[in-house]
Design a protein around this ligand. Structure first.
Ligand SMILES: Cc1cc2nc3c(=O)[nH]c(=O)nc-3n(C[C@H](O)[C@H](O)[C@H](O)COP(=O)(O)OP(=O)(O)OC[C@H]3O[C@@H](n4cnc5c(N)ncnc54)[C@H](O)[C@@H]3O)c2cc1C
Length: 511
């Protein structure tokens, strides 16, 4: 039997490779870069160590499940530390608010923060988290751990319609947005702005995203925010090692330029050097739109692109600053919020231009792991979301002025007035770099935008409807982006493939 192929070693690709190998498949993984882990990459310079991509790890139970596939325990391979307070928030008016994992403690904190003048934020927060818990439960039941592309995949609307399902559909609040739901409960605009940012985990506007994504808040309060010692980079390293123990063959520096097809089925790949590798089935961890456009083509591509016209999620600028000083007033994760949430999201997601006064996310990991910087220093990471790449965006030309906007913002709203003079080493990642390094869609960090008040939560399913023996894993496939979701997506792709291979059933194709 020919091996199974995985194209790409992002967290989704690695999770798929490990799960497949644990189920007894022979797996070959092709990665165009010379490192494994995709966006979860590492930058080291002058005694500083930076995670280049993801820094906030939530829902570790997904990673536990991947290790459990192989009969192993995640805790034997990763040293995870809980981060609580989860974020520190700096607002334009000078106020500062910490986000506690414990819901009751947070509600109490809000009583002191918001006062009673504008309404009851404390009670509003409790109500919002209750609604979020309900939406999370519905996601668990209808969306997670299975290949879903549309509502027909998740609910049998004719046979399964009963009162409980009807109640669940109604509580999805189809037609309403995340921003609307938050503001129904929360009278304090600063607290609303903080809660809006849960959908920044999927690179989408809270004004355009469906209410069901309010469930992300409960995922974070339930399982917490975690930091692996060694950085988030420790996650792909642990998965690569797991794959090695299970016999996965990794081929780095080996891009794939074509998926070979016979009888409307994937049956191999052609690498960038022209080598043909015969495979029984293929999992693509490359962006789903680009997989069809660049590797598959033909009728399958046409059928896929008729259904999927979604625009890319946001991109971003990341500054990696090695400092000779650690800022004591920062927590491990910090958000320095824009002066006006609507103005910011309108610029990024509607007008397609960098926000004039952006929200800056900061990671200060030396607070948890001092070894990331020389003594007394900090390996500061600053991420600002920007629009996905438009033809007129020339980031070489735009960066100097936007870097100044970011530094001015951090000085004004987070009191980091001497930041520039504290830098000992600096590197920048622009949307153009992100596009080039990871083969994403127009520089998108988080795959496809979750915009659309009804269909926004859906992504291309993990079992291709357009080409037999092809499966999709990663941020531009179901259930979406972010570390836990892409690892779940890899697991679903592997599980679907494994089930199909075992029954050798013909797939449901729409082409
Ligand atoms: C700056 C930044 C900050 C982020 N912050 C967070 C965070 O705090 N928390 C969080 O949960 N998520 C965060 N994310 C999102 C998270 O990193 C991603 O959702 C996730 O890592 C993407 O995994 P993936 O499986 O989609 O693959 P990717 O990481 O996109 O990797 C895909 C891999 O496929 C390879 N590839 C593509 N095409 C080919 C080809 N033709 N042949 C061979 N190889 C190919 C690429 O080289 C790449 O290695 C962040 C992302 C970025 C960039």
């Amino acid at each position: 039997m020919e091996p199974v192929g995985v194209i790409g070693s992002g967290l989704g690709g690695l999770a798929a490779a490990c799960t497949l190998a644990a189920r007894g498949h022979k797996v070959v993984l092709f990665e165009k870069n010379d490192w494994l882990g995709g966006k979860a990459a590492l930058h080291e310079a002058d005694g500083y160590r930076f995670d280049m991509g993801p820094t906030i790890l939530t829902v570790p139970s997904v990673l536990e499940r991947i290790f459990a596939e192989a009969g192993e325990r995640m805790s034997d391979h990763l040293d995870l530390r809980r981060i609580d307070p989860q974020w520190r928030c700096f607002f334009e008016d000078g106020s500062v608010l910490d986000l506690d994992q414990d819901v009751a403690a947070m509600a109490l904190r809000l009583r002191g923060f918001s006062g009673a003048e504008e309404g009851n934020t404390e009670q509003g927060y409790l109500d919002f988290i209750r609604q979020s818990e309900n939406l999370h439960r519905i996601s668990d039941r209808f969306f997670f751990w299975k290949s879903v592309e549309d509502i027909g995949d998740t609910m049998d609307l004719r046979a399964g319609m009963n009162l409980a399902t009807l109640r669940d559909i109604l509580s999805l609040r189809m037609g309403s947005s995340v921003a609307k739901q938050i503001r129904r409960h929360i009278p304090d605009e600063r607290v609303s702005q903080m809660l809006d940012h849960f959908v920044q985990y999927v690179g989408s506007s809270p004004y355009l995203s469906p209410a069901v994504l309010c469930g992300i808040a409960h995922m974070q309060t339930q399982e917490g925010v975690w930091y692996p010692i060694g950085g988030t980079r420790a996650v792909p390293e642990a998965l690569v090692a797991l794959g090695e123990r299970l016999g996965v063959e990794y081929r780095t520096g080996c891009g794939v330029r074509r998926v070979i097809q016979e009888d409307n089925k994937a049956c191999g790949v052609e690498t960038d050097t022209g080598e043909i590798v015969r495979l029984s089935r293929v999992v693509s961890n490359m962006d789903s739109v680009r997989t069809y456009r660049e590797l598959v083509g033909g009728a399958a591509e046409q059928s896929f692109s008729r259904r999927w016209k979604r625009e890319p999620a946001c991109s971003g600028v990341v500054l990696y600053l090695g400092l000779d000083k650690a800022y004591e007033h920062l927590q491990h994760h910090d958000f320095v919020f824009s002066r006006d949430a609507e103005e910011e999201f309108d610029a990024i997601y509607r007008r397609g231009e960098p926000a004039p006064d952006p929200t800056c996310y900061i990671a200060a990991p030396a607070r948890t792991e001092p070894g990331v910087a020389p003594p007394g220093g900090e390996a500061l990471y600053i991420l600002v979301h920007t629009p996905y790449l438009r033809p007129h965006h020339d980031w070489n030309a735009m960066l100097p002025a936007y870097r100044k906007v970011i530094f001015d913002k951090l000085a004004r709203t987070a009191g980091m007035t001497d930041l520039e003079s504290r830098i000992r080493t600096e590197r920048v990642l622009t949307p153009a770099d992100i596009n080039e390094r990871y083969n994403v869609l127009d520089g998108a960090i988080y795959g496809l935008a979750s915009h659309g008040s009804v269909m926004g939560a859906f992504k291309p399913g993990n079992r291709s409807r357009d080409l037999g023996h092809l499966y999709l894993a990663g941020g531009a496939a179901h259930p979406g982006p972010g570390m836990p979701m892409v690892m779940m997506s890899g697991w679903i792709a592997a599980d679907s493939l494994d089930q199909d291979a075992k029954r050798n059933a013909p797939e449901r194709l729409s082409a």
